[in-house]
Design a protein around this ligand. Sequence first.
Ligand SMILES: C[S@@+](CC[C@H](N)C(=O)[O-])C[C@H]1O[C@@H](n2cnc3c(N)ncnc32)[C@H](O)[C@@H]1O
Length: 282
Amino acid sequence: MSKQIALDYAEHTAWLLDSALKDAERYRRIAADLVEPGDRRAADIGCGGGGMAVALAGRVAQVVAFDSDPAVLDAARAYAAQCGADLAFALGDIDSGTDALIAALGGPVDLMWAGHVVHHAVDQQAALGALVSALAPGGRLALAEGGIGARVLPWDVGVGRPGLQARLEAAGSERMIAENRERGAVPMPYGWTAALERAGLTEIRTLNEFIDRPAPLTGGTLNEALENLEARVGWFADFLDEDDKAAWKTLLDPESQDWLGRRHDLHHLEVRSIHLGRRPEA
Ligand SMILES: C[S@@+](CC[C@H](N)C(=O)[O-])C[C@H]1O[C@@H](n2cnc3c(N)ncnc32)[C@H](O)[C@@H]1O
């Protein structure tokens, strides 16, 4: 039997929780910027560890954390309890259409955050249509998608063939193509801002946040960069050749002389994009 390509997020709850925790300050900052006076209800779609839902709690009267995976929702529930955040939780699928989505959310929302989830939809444009339909008139959708993944390594690290980082990114792209083929995804051959426009939003814009940590990385920033690499090597392993897999194994092994953690030339450069749009009032 062939191996399933789509990630099973129930197996990654620890990673999702860790991301929510690590990005807590960032989520708080973004939530403060996104909430407008008069907002009453917000939703975190594909909430994962619940990082944004927790950040929005207390800023509006009700926040719904929505995800398709019961184990992920349980993890988000535990994180919210730990943070003392009062959230509602909804199990649902962004591919299930407008009515199911609105019912799961308990009605329209003024602010919707969808972080790295819409690219998992079978029909991304249809899913965006459903999300927009679940917005109250004047409500906003904030879509965290795209950007540029973390670049950490010099081109030649002296282990394996130079260009390891570029081939890791290419493997991620191949994995996504295979996942889309596996679930019969509808192609969306245009960018996120065009997709928001087609979904009927106005005032579309993109906020790009540049993570700029020059070499040398030390302490927490070094750990974060290594964890980021390790996670991606794990997810994309089936799309790397044997030589690259062996090189990554050595580089990510703290027992190895070539462990990346011993280097002083790692950097963390990344762009995180948030695409925003507003549902017209009428
Ligand atoms: C890459 S994680 C992102 C988690 C979090 N939003 C973040 O940015 O860190 C994707 C999340 O979306 C959920 N998900 C995947 N497909 C979904 C779908 N069709 N409908 C709803 N949630 C989905 C997964 O269970 C997972 O929690």
